[in-house]
Each structure stands twice: as C-alpha cells, then as structure tokens.
Design a protein around this ligand. Structure first.
Ligand SMILES: CCCCCCCCCC(=O)SCCNC(=O)CCNC(=O)[C@H](O)C(C)(C)COP(=O)(O)OP(=O)(O)OC[C@H]1O[C@@H](n2cnc3c(N)ncnc32)[C@H](O)[C@@H]1OP(=O)(O)O
Length: 156
C-alpha cells in the first residue's frame, strides 16, 4: 500500500457497498480517506442536490461524511497498530456504534469539504475517532464516532 491509497479502496468487495464509503455503490458518496501523518483526511465536493438551506449543505450529508471517514480511520488505525497492510487478512471491518455531530456553522455547498480525523482511543474491538470539518479553512462541524469491529454474526 502506498501513502496515497484510499482506505476504502482496500475494503473487501462484500463490505464495499456502504452508501457513504462503498466504492461499489454507484449512488453513494464513495468517499476516499488517506493518512496525513497521524491524521486522516477526506475531501468531498457536495452536489447541488445535497442542499439544506439554499447555499448550504444538508446536515445529514455532513454526518454521513464524518461517519464513514471515522469508520475508515478506525480500520486503518487498527492495521497500522498491528503493522499490517490493509490488503492483508483477516480484514478489519468497523461499523458505527455511536455518531455525535456538533454543527458549528453552516457548511457552504459550493466548495470542497475537508474532514480531518484523529484516533482518540483504541481498546479491544473499539476505536474512538474525533473529526473536524472545514470549508475554505473555516471549522463548520465537529464529530465523534465510536466504531466497533463488526461481529461475525452482524445483524443476527
Ligand atoms: C471495511 C468494512 C466497511 C463496512 C462499512 C462501513 C460502515 C460505515 C458506517 C455505517 O453506517 S455502519 C451501519 C450503522 N451501524 C450499525 O448498524 C451498527 C448496529 N450495532 C451493532 O451491530 C452493535 O451494537 C455493535 C457491533 C456496534 C456493537 O455490538 P457488540 O456486541 O459487538 O459490542 P460490545 O457490547 O461487545 O461492545 C464493544 C465496545 O464498544 C462499546 N460500544 C458498543 N456500543 C456502543 C455505543 N452505542 N456507544 C458507545 N460505545 C459502544 C462498548 O461499550 C464496548 O467498549 P468497551 O470495550 O470499552 O467496554
């Protein structure tokens, strides 16, 4: 894996359909997240149909970006902690247990949104990720996600 590979490009096909981050979902956001030192970064350009108040992005979009940026960060952090390549097996698959978002300012819809994340805690199957969302360098939202490794019997 090179430094510029996106985490989501390494998700196994059977978990690559997520609306926020699945590369195999043609209707989804297909976000791409990479390392930048100890931080993770996603840049996403909202579409006009993501509007809330005209001129600004829908909060659900921002929450979705934070969500999938953070689950991707959780997986990448676990591989990094174990010194493993993201293509190595068994794959780490994280789902969202908890998603908290603080909307600080409206996020413009006509400029790229940058999400930066940092791992706050890795404990057992749980990773806590804190994120900051910026547009044009202005902080517009903060997030905290508790991501948990997907159990074998997920959804049972
Ligand atoms: C590469 C794969 C990519 C896959 C696609 C990416 C997904 C993108 C984001 C999503 O949208 S995922 C879909 C939305 N999420 C779900 O549908 C998850 C539904 N919930 C569950 O399946 C279970 O509740 C879950 C797997 C999250 C946790 O159940 P477990 O039985 O595995 O957890 P467990 O009780 O063993 O707790 C493990 C740790 O997580 C913590 N935890 C669990 N639920 C929590 C919660 N809700 N809030 C805070 N912490 C929580 C729990 O306290 C504990 O921490 P400690 O070890 O420190 O004690």
């Amino acid at each position: 894996m090179t430094a510029m590979d996106a985490f989501q490009d390494h998700y196994p096909d059977n978990v690559a359909h997520c609306y926020g981050c699945g590369r195999l979902n043609p209707h989804g956001h297909q976000i791409k997240t990479i390392w930048d030192g100890d931080e993770t970064v996603t840049v996403y350009q909202p579409e006009p149909f993501h509007t809330s108040v005209p001129g600004f992005a829908y909060g659900g979009l921002i929450a979705s970006l934070i969500d999938c940026h953070s689950t991707g960060t959780a997986a990448a952090a676990m591989y990094r902690q174990e010194g493993r390549d993201m293509d190595s097996l068994p794959a780490f698959r994280f789902v969202t247990a908890s998603l908290h978002v603080d909307f600080l300012k409206p996020t413009p819809i006509d400029a790229p949104v940058e999400i930066r994340g940092r791992v706050q805690e890795i404990k057992g199957r749980k990773v806590v990720v804190r994120t900051e969302v910026r547009s044009g360098g202005v902080l517009t939202a903060r997030g905290e996600v508790v991501a948990v490794q997907m159990p074998e019997n997920f959804g049972a």
